[in-house]
Design a protein around this ligand. Structure first.
Ligand code: A3P
Length: 285
């Protein structure tokens, strides 16, 4: 069962759950509040991991308060039809999610003090994670052979457009005091230190014990065993659970098992061309 796509301002979106009217509303009319916190990523960059961390931080590390991935009221996706309705009903302070590239993000954000946490990941691992996930999630296009999928990735012909544009666009905000970015790789290397940095950005004070609880409950193993966060409750209408898992491997460098040297080189070349100007030393090959 493959979904149909439409293009909005040059970016492909699946017809299931998305519409030009919703995207237009989000861009022009959605009112960002000063106390909003946004969890923003390109798909497969660690969105749900960060959501778990932010939800745990919000409830002082108490996992019993932490929610189902299906509970859209926990951190609704502002750009989906249903997510927008939930976001509009969400009592402040809101925790919101989005995969939107910056040019489609609500324009009211610019004059607000809302906080954005942007998580990014090695493009090669994003590609591989997306490749596997696309085989299971009906919202995405069937990936077909890797070479064709890579071509779509490089040209931005995928749900939410180009990874390179997404990253360059959002990282253009670095230095702004309501913008914080972190990599999936940093979360992996030092989850505790990352949680401390995120708390600092949010102005949230947690005890050492509470931080340890965030770290423990946001670990891959705990999330994978937790029915509320492992995606097992996603209805069959959206996902073929025989074909893929929401929490698949949770490692860095898995691209080495799937991409040829030539394919890897094409991504490296485009990364250098498109992101070199940012002057950031990314923690991946
Ligand atoms: P893999 O497919 O490489 O395993 P998103 O939430 O943006 O869809 O990202 C999904 C990716 O994040 C998957 O990568 C998933 O396994 C990984 N992930 C989710 N929770 C994680 C955790 N606690 N630790 C490490 N990786 C995690």
């Amino acid at each position: 069962m493959a979904t149909q796509f439409f293009t909005y301002k040059g970016i492909p979106f699946p017809c299931l759950e998305y519409s030009p009217e919703t995207l237009d509303y989000v861009d022009r009319q959605f009112q960002v509040q000063d106390d909003d916190i946004f969890n923003i990523t390109y798909p497969k960059s660690g969105t749900n991991w960060m959501l778990e961390i932010l939800s745990l931080i919000r409830c002082d590390g108490d996992p019993s308060w932490v929610r189902s991935v299906l509970n859209l009221r926990r951190a609704p996706w502002i750009e989906t039809n249903r997510g927008l309705q939930n976001a509009l009903r969400y009592p402040p302070p809101r925790l919101l999610s989005s995969h939107l590239p910056i040019q489609l993000f609500p324009r009211s954000f610019q004059s607000s003090q809302a906080k954005v946490i942007y998580t990014l990941r090695s493009p090669k691992d994003v590609l591989v994670s997306l490749y596997h996930f696309s085989q299971a999630l009906h919202l995405y296009k069937d990936p077909g052979p890797m070479d064709a999928f890579l071509q779509d990735f490089l040209s931005g012909n995928l749900h939410y457009g180009s990874w390179f544009d997404h990253v360059a666009g959002w990282l253009g905000l670095r230095g702004q005091k309501n913008f914080f970015y972190i990599t999936y790789e940093e979360l992996q290397q030092d989850l505790q230190g990352s949680v401390v940095r995120i708390c600092h950005f949010l102005g949230k004070k947690l005890s050492e014990e509470q931080i340890s609880s965030v770290v423990k409950n946001a670990s891959f193993q705990t999330m994978r065993e937790n029915q509320m966060s492992n995606g097992s409750q996603i209805p069959d209408e959206y996902m073929d659970h025989q074909k893929g898992q929401f929490l698949r491997k949770g490692v860095s460098g898995d691209w080495k098992n799937l991409l040829s040297e030539e394919q890897s080189h094409r991504i490296t070349t485009m990364s250098c061309e498109r992101l070199h100007g940012l002057g950031i030393d990314f923690p991946w090959d």
